[in-house]
Design a protein around this ligand. Structure first.
Ligand code: 4AD
Ligand code: MG
Length: 434
């Protein structure tokens, strides 16, 4: 193939109108009508129609183009032409075409496939337009989060994955052998971020976290990614302000940069467009009232289930904070409300449209004696937490933060039915392949 060496990507093909270019990609689909082959070529940045006209190419190229099967990789050379009818507004009039890698009997055809089949073929399913749109939005959400923290004075601090002890209770720990000892995959970087916040003031970590969740719901993964900021000299209200600012920043960024991807997902935008501070704040007790009014019979002291969260969120048109949960249903590190010690200075942020809790956070117990008492009540061995208790021994300050679950936020913004599509390779109770 002659080599004009103009190798644009489909994303910025409009800048090459009138020029002959070379595209590398895969055949998404094709159709033929006598003297024409219409090829839909995907290169990772987009899809583009490449038209092969019988009279304008050699007989070999025309025949090759007609024989292409789904997902064959190709190098195509052609003239970029503006064409209002073509998807994307531009098409390529093919001059030459080479097959790079063949693809026989590609398993994911344009017909409908069941979810188990698709998950089993996740390594190939990633190539379909819907999955490309979701993962591009995920990328942009993560970038927005990093931009938000980096431009607001936070230090990125990486938390360890292998840990000697639990952060979020012992029932969901993944245990692993660590030489002569046991270790656990991290459930949360929070305890380490508390140490880092007392060193740097404002910090955040972003990484994978692990929970042996035995529940099979549309919101739970066993491996999920979490962003956890932690701030020294911060109370519950300060933390909520950061949360609503961050969530608004993310949604605005996606509406600005990823509209085309939201359109592929047929996402309705009206609810997303409403996201702006302030978000409503209701107490756990007020939430119970709402649940009772809607026919529920919740008991004071229990955490909410997914259905409760949906009922609560449905009463509001923006994300909703529920604060001051009973201490007894929350983790050991939570600070109690000094005016009402049976409730914690914590909050969950519930997304609209039934997506449930996207953020959990609050203020941490900063008093050594009270924290040790809480650990005794939770029947915890204090030995592996001595380093954590040191943070209360040496210059303790009021501090707090939160954890935002990336896949929950991706699901909500993309309007997905299940978090398994919000991560490239989902791990759930029944799946660790591919
Ligand atoms: O509410 P969680 O358990 O809070 C913590 O882990 C705190 N240590 C965070 C902190 O204050 N630094 O989890 C935080 C968020 C949830 O709101 C949810 O979005 C997500 O993590 N999450 C999950 N996402 C997917 N699958 C799971 N199994 C999840 N568990 C929690
Ligand atoms: Mg939570």
């Amino acid at each position: 193939m002659s080599n004009p060496e103009i190798q644009p990507t489909i994303r910025d093909i409009s800048r090459f109108a009138g020029q002959t270019v070379t595209l590398h990609g895969w055949l998404a689909k094709s159709r033929s009508s006598g003297s024409l082959h219409f090829l839909s070529v995907r290169d990772g940045t987009g899809f583009m129609q490449a038209t092969v006209i019988k009279n304008e190419v050699s007989p070999e190229v025309f025949e090759k183009a007609g024989s292409l099967t789904q997902e064959t990789s190709v190098t195509v050379q052609g003239l970029v032409r503006e064409d209002k009818r073509a998807p994307g507004g531009y098409e390529l009039t093919v001059k030459d075409l080479e097959i790079v890698g063949r693809s026989e009997s590609y398993p994911i055809t344009p017909k409908e496939h069941g979810i188990d089949f698709l998950m089993e073929h996740r390594h190939l399913w990633l190539r379909s337009p819907r999955q490309l749109a979701i993962l591009r939005i995920r990328h942009e959400i993560i970038k927005a989060i990093r931009d938000y923290f980096d431009s607001n004075g936070y230090m990125l601090i990486d938390a360890p994955i292998l840990t000697p002890s639990a952060c979020e209770g012992t029932t969901t720990l993944f245990e692993t052998q660590y030489f002569e000892d046991k270790a656990y995959l991290t459930q949360s970087g929070q305890l380490y971020m508390e140490a880092a916040a007392l060193a740097f003031g404002k910090v955040y970590c972003f990484g994978p976290t692990f929970r042996a969740e035995k529940s099979k719901t549309r919101r739970h993964l066993t491996e999920f990614w979490m962003v956890e900021p932690e701030i020294a000299f911060c109370d519950l209200d300060d933390s909520l302000k950061v949360q609503e600012e961050l969530i608004t920043f993310i949604v605005q960024r996606i509406l600005e940069h990823r509209r085309a991807d939201l359109a592929v997902l047929e996402r309705k935008l009206d609810r997303l467009e409403k996201v702006a501070p302030p978000f409503a704040r209701i107490s756990y007790d007020e939430a119970l009232e709402i649940l009772r009014k809607h026919g529920g019979n919740p008991e004071w002291g229990n955490d909410f289930g997914g259905t409760d969260e949906t009922v609560l969120a449905d009463q509001f048109d923006k994300p909703l904070f529920v604060h001051r949960f009973p201490m007894k249903c929350k983790a050991f590190y939570m600070k109690s409300d000094r005016e009402r010690p049976e409730v914690a200075l914590c909050a969950d942020l519930l997304a609209p449209e039934g997506y449930g809790e996207i953020i959990g956070g609050g203020q941490r117990e900063d008093d050594l004696v009270l924290l040790e008492k809480r650990m005794d009540e939770h029947k915890m061995d204090k030995e592996p937490y001595q380093w954590y208790l040191d943070l209360r021994r040496y210059g303790s300050v009021p501090h707090g933060g939160f954890g935002l679950g990336i896949e929950r936020v991706v699901s909500w913004i993309c309007g997905l039915e299940h978090v398994r599509e919000a991560i490239p390779f989902a791990r759930t109770i029944y799946r660790i392949y591919p």
